[in-house]
Design a protein around this ligand. Structure first.
Ligand SMILES: NC(=O)c1ccc[n+]([C@@H]2O[C@H](COP(=O)([O-])OP(=O)(O)OC[C@H]3O[C@@H](n4cnc5c(N)ncnc54)[C@H](O)[C@@H]3O)[C@@H](O)[C@H]2O)c1
Length: 328
């Protein structure tokens, strides 16, 4: 077996990581999944893909991963990522996200693994002054989740300088949609994301959908967000991996479609795709929710050659297929 052939997908049993594993397989890479199944699902890992149950908390678990599966690059998806939970329980987030990444970086250096693609977030920008948001916007997170992601970026920047590690940070906007196979999709507990929550409300009337805020200064009073299909997101990761493999410099990219949709526009699209009316209750806007978050993804297009190809309709149609399959 040639040395260092694996791509370690850390958090590969989660929503986005499990889509990445399939895309790596489709492109001839050998993924190995490392996950503690805190929020992930063992059944999301395809048969034949090595799975190491382990916690980033424990350096010996990470050592076991790299000893058994010689690895040349890491894709780091593992995190706790629920904003309100991070506000209520910040230490969980600093521990699970920041300390864990310090362990990961240390063991990577020990094993001379020097490429990492890291899942960052639009939350590092807080309440941006300029929209669409470029990567050069001020980094000013407004909650513990966003702080942990920015801290990890900082840690990896410093480690990169000292230890010749190279990184790509991908700052995601709102990820939605599911795999075309219909076998995997979004399954968070609790679910805090818009599209799955609207779809769940269609399946069971007890899953009431709450629309938070309809008096924002937007065309219909609801918040504007930028949605990106999980398959487009994974395609960008593949390009980021190639960027590092081609010995290009460390870099950071926003990943969004560059288009903003209000919550009501998303609801309209769900009604169009499913043919069902969405019932909802309007609640007051949540404190700290920015009015509008839209990415400038020009840099990812120019430097990585990335081009998202899925529309909001595609995201909702694939998410609906998944939602129906998982209840079947
Ligand atoms: N889903 C989105 O819209 C979105 C947006 C911006 C950024 N992100 C980031 O993308 C990444 C993946 O998000 P997701 O929606 O797939 O989340 P997810 O919860 O479905 O997946 C995360 C995975 O990491 C694992 N994990 C968490 N902590 C771990 C630890 N200490 N050790 C080992 N495994 C651990 C979980 O069990 C899970 O399988 C996260 O880093 C998240 O912050 C997601």
């Amino acid at each position: 077996m040639p040395a260092k052939k694996y791509i370690a997908v850390v958090g590969g049993a989660g929503y986005i990581g499990s889509h990445m594993v399939r895309m790596l397989l489709d492109h001839g890479y050998s993924p190995v999944v490392f996950d503690n199944l805190r929020t992930g699902h063992r059944r999301f890992v395809p048969g034949g893909v090595p799975f190491v149950k382990g916690n980033l908390d424990r350096p010996t678990d990470i050592q076991r991963l790299f000893e058994r599966y010689p690895t040349r690059a890491v894709m780091h998806f593992a995190a706790a990522s629920i904003v309100p939970e991070s506000v209520r329980n910040p230490l969980l987030y600093y521990h699970n996200n920041v300390s864990a990444c310090i362990h990961l970086a240390q063991v990577m250096i020990d094993f001379k693994i020097r490429e990492i693609v890291f899942s960052s977030t639009a939350a590092v920008y807080g309440h941006p002054k300029k929209v669409p948001i470029p990567e050069t916007a001020r980094l000013a997170p407004v909650n513990a989740y966003g702080h942990t992601k920015r801290m990890i970026e900082q840690i990896l920047e410093d480690v990169a300088f000292a230890h010749h590690l190279r990184y790509v940070f991908l700052r995601y906007f709102n990820v939605a949609g599911a795999h075309p196979s219909g076998k995997i999709g979004e399954e968070h507990r609790p679910e805090t994301h818009l599209v799955p929550n609207i779809l769940k409300s269609l399946k069971r009337s007890k899953n009431r959908f709450f629309l938070f805020g309809d008096d924002y200064p937007t065309r219909d009073g609801t918040c504007i967000r930028d949605y990106i299909h999980v398959q487009d997101l994974c395609a960008a990761h593949l390009l980021a991996l190639r960027h590092l493999d081609n010995k290009k410099d460390s870099d950071v990219f926003n990943l969004g479609s560059g288009k903003g949709y209000t919550v009501r526009q998303v609801i309209d699209m769900v009604e169009q795709v499913t043919g069902q009316p969405v019932q909802y209750t309007v609640k007051p806007g949540r404190e700290g929710d920015p009015v509008k978050l839209v990415a400038s993804s020009r840099k990812a297009r120019d430097v990585l050659g990335w081009m998202p190809t899925h529309s909001l309709k595609d995201m909702i149609a694939s998410a609906w297929q998944w939602e129906q399959n998982r209840s079947a």
